[in-house]
Design a binder for this molecule. Sequence first.
Ligand code: FAD
Length: 439
Amino acid sequence: MKDLLTTDFKPAPYWWDAAPLTASPDGAPSPSYDVVIVGSGYTGLRAALTLARAGRGVAVFDKEMPGFGASRRNAGFLGRTLKHAYVDLKAARGTAYARAIYRDLSLAYESTLAFIAEEGIDCHAVRCGRLIAATSAAHYAGLERELEGMRADLGLPYAMLPRDRLREEMASDIYDGGAVIPDLASLHPGLYHRGLMSRALEAGVSIFGACEVTAVERSLQGDGFLVTTAAGQTRARDVVIATNGYTPKTLRWHARRVIPFTGYMAATEELPPELLEKQLPHRRTVIDSNLDIDFFRPAPDSSRLLFGGATANGLEDPEAIAALLHGRLRRALPDLADVRLSHVWTGQCAGTFDMMPHIGRHDGVWYGMGYNYAGVPMGSFFGLTIAQKILGLPDGATAFETAPFPTMPFYRGDPWFLKLAMRWFAWKDARLARSRPAG
Ligand SMILES: Cc1cc2nc3c(=O)[nH]c(=O)nc-3n(C[C@H](O)[C@H](O)[C@H](O)COP(=O)(O)OP(=O)(O)OC[C@H]3O[C@@H](n4cnc5c(N)ncnc54)[C@H](O)[C@@H]3O)c2cc1C
């Protein structure tokens, strides 16, 4: 086992090497703010920045150090899709709804890249393209159907890559071809978060780390909310819940609606540049076509490969996680069978019962959460949108607010069914992999 790990191995996100977490300045919260935000990830900080620049007094509270959540832990893939493929959404909910949702997904994607460029946030944001590797011939056919539907209705580009050409994109023989989406992007999530945080601080946002919010109640005077934090109470006209996969049970209504699950990632040691280039010659991001995805990308700032998968497997011990992920790496990219891992880490994501992200207001409190692994663009977009709503701007309307935020009877935020769900995903993936392509 030890041979799998480098001597300087860290059970921490690779991204924290370049963007370490920093404590926020000490100090007690003011007696009142215009807006209090719970959670210091992309959602919370993008809302905070927009509000502060519009002249509002804003405080952000995080239970941990600012940026402790998934926003400095994710893979940095920037896309414009959901767990629900466009063609399936169209079949289930009609063309107008599917188009509106996918229009806002594109808006989330483009506006996040535009924001990074306008702000000059140096986070290696690049339209590198994405390879979706098909795990069976049936998956390949399904992928083509899905992408052709999006091209025909939405004008989104793609190119199919049959099995005998896959090595043009990836040094792997286990996939049945794939598809390239040429304009999807990637970034360094730690540097993106750090840039966002420094812009928020410069705009006058007060950020309190290690300061859990334990209660949000309507003020007795009826003019807003009383917020109880580890550092005392404060008042706010508006409150935003931006806790996604870290949503605590004390926020009962929200905790009943998100399904927290753990995502797993690893970084290899520095590879000879030519070996890395051979694995992913076009430096694209890669996901496979399974429900339970494996994903790969080159590090944007070193010659390492970063990868993840085995979502919600339940492991907590870093060495056990390393062994599991290394197995996935060896299987997909056999040239890397002998490389060691320098970092292994986890992070909390949020699924939802309808597999859609949700934004809205409950009992007067704003929320944006349930990103189902798409929170880099969607968290940024919902943060902006919530701020626009608080400011009463017309831009703050989105198709995502039209659906109710579902829960299940007796669900209180403990996803006891997660292992079963993942096994069901794996079974479906395996069954599809064995099936013959339709038509
Ligand atoms: C391993 C992994 C890979 C991923 N890859 C991708 C990807 O490639 N692309 C993509 O789009 N998405 C990806 N995601 C998902 C994405 O990272 C998240 O959806 C996104 O970061 C959510 O941002 P957020 O601001 O809503 O929440 P977070 O960044 O998770 O922040 C929530 C914060 O709330 C705080 N908090 C919780 N309770 C309280 C409380 N009571 N008081 C105060 N603070 C509290 C937490 O401490 C935490 O810091 C990935 C996630 C993981 C874990």
